[in-house]
Ligand binder design. Structure first.
Ligand code: GDP
Length: 205
């Protein structure tokens, strides 16, 4: 997709505060500090549309962004950060599950993993939860620049095995080098409904 515009729409905690469900949505989820903000910013060619935070895990809001007036990117709060107060951690699950289970326009959840690490319990739980709700998960291994191409392949096969997925279904990505950006967009494009045909005949008055 050629990104012409990308704008912040709003932050929400509860469904009554979400923007209207009037366009397809792609949600982004991952552990705090995994590189989620950097991935979204790279996809939309903006340096700071999503602000990277020095205190990961503090912000517990669902952030909606519009891309090309055609779809929403939905930035879900990061999980698994040990220094987040227990009360905040307890709120994560109902807030995120309410969104994931109740949003009719949600097409897929990008599951962001650090290429250097084996998926943790929270990552696997989310993958299982998405599958049990028949929601498509798109796993992306980020920070690929940390490894040589050969090592990337090895890591990818290991992570695919722990996720129980075909290695072909995982995408290697680096916000630093741009590796994988096109592949991520192609995967997202495949998940979006075909746009309505444009009327090139000029038959309407
Ligand atoms: P978030 O908390 O998941 O939104 O993560 P951020 O996007 O804020 O990134 C967390 C840290 O990882 C920052 O220091 C980033 O500079 C770094 N980072 C993010 N993506 C990459 C990447 O692709 N490669 C490398 N080497 N570092 C990255």
């Amino acid at each position: 997709m050629h990104v012409k515009s990308a704008t912040f729409v709003k932050s929400a905690v509860r469904p009554e505060h979400y923007p209207p469900a009037d366009r397809p949505e792609i949600a982004f989820a991952g552990r705090s500090n995994v590189g989620k903000s950097s991935l979204i910013n790279c996809l939309v060619n903006r340096r700071r549309l999503v602000k990277t935070s020095n205190t990961p895990g503090r912000t517990q809001l669902i952030n909606f962004f519009d891309v090309n007036d055609a779809l929403h990117f939905v930035d879900l709060p990061g999980y698994g950060y040990a220094r987040v107060p227990a009360s905040v951690q307890r709120n994560w699950r109902p807030m995120v599950e309410a969104y994931l289970a109740g949003r009719p326009t949600l097409r897929a959840v990008v599951l962001i993993l650090d290429i250097r690490r084996t998926p943790r319990a929270e990552d696997l739980e989310l993958r299982t939860w998405l599958a049990s709700h028949s929601l498509a998960a798109l796993p992306i291994l980020t920070k690929a620049d940390k490894f040589s191409r050969q090592q990337q392949g090895k890591q990818l096969r290991g992570v695919a095995e722990s996720l129980g997925r075909d290695p072909e279904s995982l995408i290697l990505f680096s916000a630093k080098s741009g590796q994988g950006r096109e592949a991520v967009w192609q995967a997202i494009d495949r998940l979006l409904p075909d746009p309505p045909p444009t009327d090139t005949e000029g038959t309407t008055p």
